[in-house]
Design a protein around this ligand. Structure first.
Ligand code: COA
Length: 253
């Protein structure tokens, strides 16, 4: 079965991470499938709302680390950037249902969602520094904007997980529910939205978001640093350590 499942019902496209054996980590082909699905959702009048969801035990472990090593994103046309630009500029409502860990892009993609629901087992983290990398998905702009600078600095410099209640307090999450209920809850909210006039939803979102140019520019800027850092010794040490199931040693870097 595919690692990304898409399903359209009652005006709602649901995009499901379906790679549980690898903790829903995301490969290049999964980004491509999601970018295509988001583009299709934007163009198809039968889709009024999109929901991202994972499993009740894990949302996503972020980028597939092996994939990073074997085929690092090289150009702005790489599937990951296509996906990120797709969600950052998506006109219709985007929702996410998050249970369990949401690592790296599993958290940063949520800055581009309009409504986020979390299971009480949700654990958000942006461990880019711990991987010898820098933020992506415009999170270096959007996390300080949403959380306030010091809380964003804690999340992005320490890279430690923060949990559902804290995520709700900083405004990343709208509502916390039991993990077994989060996908159903998000789906019910999406259906309520899908029954509303789409033109009003689109106009309201556009007015709230304003000009996305700064976001897209920050994504490009981050993407350039990220791409360079992926090839540098700190990231190589971090990824090597992950593959070998040991602690990384940055003492000489
Ligand atoms: N890329 C590739 N494989 C991954 C992965 C990732 N990001 N995250 C998990 N996996 C794989 C593991 O290698 C393991 O594979 P194996 O069974 O072949 O050994 C399998 O998924 C299960 O992972 P495991 O770490 O044993 O699960 P866990 O429940 O103990 O921990 C996480 C779950 C998400 C906390 C942990 O897997 C993790 O921290 N992953 C890395 C997250 C990360 O750094 N992502 C990059 C962000 S930019």
């Amino acid at each position: 079965m595919s690692d990304i499942l898409t399903h359209i019902d009652a005006g709602v496209m649901t995009i499901t991470f379906n790679r549980l054996d690898k903790k829903n980590s995301i490969t290049s082909s999964m980004y491509a499938a999601m970018a295509d699905a988001v583009a299709q959702a934007g163009a198809d009048p039968a889709v009024r709302v999109v929901v991202f969801q994972g499993h009740e035990s894990i949302f996503s472990a972020g980028n597939d680390i092996g994939d990073f090593l074997n085929q690092p994103p090289s150009t702005q046309e790489s599937p990951v950037f296509r996906f990120l630009r797709g969600i950052a500029t998506f006109e219709k409502p985007l929702l996410a249902a998050v249970a369990g860990p949401a690592v790296g892009i599993g958290t940063t993609m949520l800055f581009h969602c309009d409504l986020v629901y979390a299971g009480d087992n949700a654990a958000f983290s942006m461990p880019f520094v711990n991987l010898g990398l820098c933020p992506e998905a415009a999170s270096s702009l959007l996390a300080p904007r949403m959380f306030g600078y010091h809380r964003a600095a804690e999340a992005l410099l320490m890279g430690e997980p923060f949990f559902a209640e804290a995520a709700q307090e900083v405004g990343l999450v709208n509502r916390v529910v039991p993990p077994t209920e989060v996908n159903g809850y998000a789906q019910a909210q999406a259906r309520k939205l899908a029954a509303k006039p789409l033109s009003s939803l689109i106009a309201t979102k556009r007015l709230m978001k304003g000009d996305q140019q700064a976001v897209l520019q920050k994504m490009d800027e981050e993407g350039q640093s990220f791409g360079r850092m992926l090839r540098e010794p700190a990231a190589k040490e971090a990824f090597g350590a992950f593959m070998e199931k040991r602690k990384p040693d940055f003492s000489k870097l």
